[in-house]
Design a protein around this ligand. Structure first.
Ligand SMILES: [Fe+2]
Ligand SMILES: [Fe+2]
Length: 288
């Protein structure tokens, strides 16, 4: 099954007109599409099914409790299938049954190891203030986000350990937050703030054939070895912000095949990021 992946379009500020890939069977929206939700209507009437996992910016200035119901209603009205801690199995044109599992995943702040958790949580304070979201009326702080994130992690872990029992052939995980430090944006290197972007889900990677994510405003495509099995693949295909140069070289039609042959995937790491690589003095400015 060939997929088109779009994430971090940030249509609340960016000028970008999404177009269907001519040969994709399904479009995946990886979150941070439009903080206002208004421009999700660009995906209404899309020629192939549209799956979406929300990003952190879909909750900017909103209460998590109300926002989930509202976002689901908005997506339903446009024919977009929103996945949050849910599975959806689709049969490809070639007859393969593909299990899609999706969740925002958020950040549990253990991406740099649990010993760094406190520092990572402190480093997230600025991002969380900008997000200005609440949960049951209480501002979302690092503790609330961690609890939300751990709930996502528990669901994902259980789901990925579920035996297929003939129900699916391939598994695609979609998260907004990244599953590994390997996904860290090379512009910023590894610093406490990196844990606001990347979780340590390496143990779950082999349970997926393909893991799609966003949140990092850079692009990469790498494989992870699985003994005795085809390598699994991790792809981020974020567009990001044009005025930061993040959209330079963005290929909205990049083909992503589930079950593609290994040789197609080789030599694709690392993807392009467009500013100073690994500059430890350059703190992340906002949560992508
Ligand atoms: Fe994000
Ligand atoms: Fe983003």
């Amino acid at each position: 099954m060939r997929l088109q992946l779009l994430s971090d379009l940030h249509l609340e500020t960016e000028s970008f007109e999404p177009r269907p890939s001519p040969d994709a069977e399904l479009l995946v929206l990886g979150g941070d599409i439009d903080a206002t939700w208004a421009q999700l209507d660009r995906f209404a009437g899309w020629p192939v099914p549209v799956l979406m996992v929300a990003g952190n910016h879909e909750f900017d200035g909103r209460d998590l409790g109300d926002a989930w119901a509202g976002l689901r209603e908005r997506c339903d009205s446009l024919g977009i299938r929103l996945l949050e801690r849910e599975r959806w199995v689709v049969t490809s044109a070639a007859g393969r049954r593909v299990r899609f599992v999706g969740t925002v995943r958020w950040s549990d702040f253990d991406g740099l190891g649990s010993a760094q958790r406190d520092r990572a949580m402190r480093a997230s304070a600025y991002f969380l203030r900008l997000m200005a979201a609440t949960r049951q009326g209480v501002p979302i702080d690092a503790e609330v986000m961690r609890n939300e994130s751990l709930a996502c992690r528990r669901w994902l872990e259980d789901e990925l350990h579920e035996p297929p029992q003939g129900r699916w052939d391939d598994t695609v995980v979609i998260t907004h937050f990244a599953p590994s430090l390997r996904c860290a944006d090379p512009r910023y290197g590894r610093q406490p703030g990196t844990a606001s972007f990347c979780n340590a889900d390496e143990d779950l990677l082999p349970l997926a054939d393909l893991w799609l994510h966003g949140h990092l405003h850079c692009r990469h495509d790498f494989t992870v070895h699985r003994p005795g099995r085809r390598p699994m693949r991790v792809v981020c295909q974020a567009r990001g912000l044009a005025d930061k140069g993040e959209a330079d070289g963005f290929d909205e039609f990049k083909p992503i095949d589930v079950g593609a042959t290994d040789e197609v995937r080789q030599g694709l790491l690392p993807g392009p990021c467009h500013t100073v690589p690994g500059d430890p003095a350059h703190p992340m400015e906002s949560m992508p």
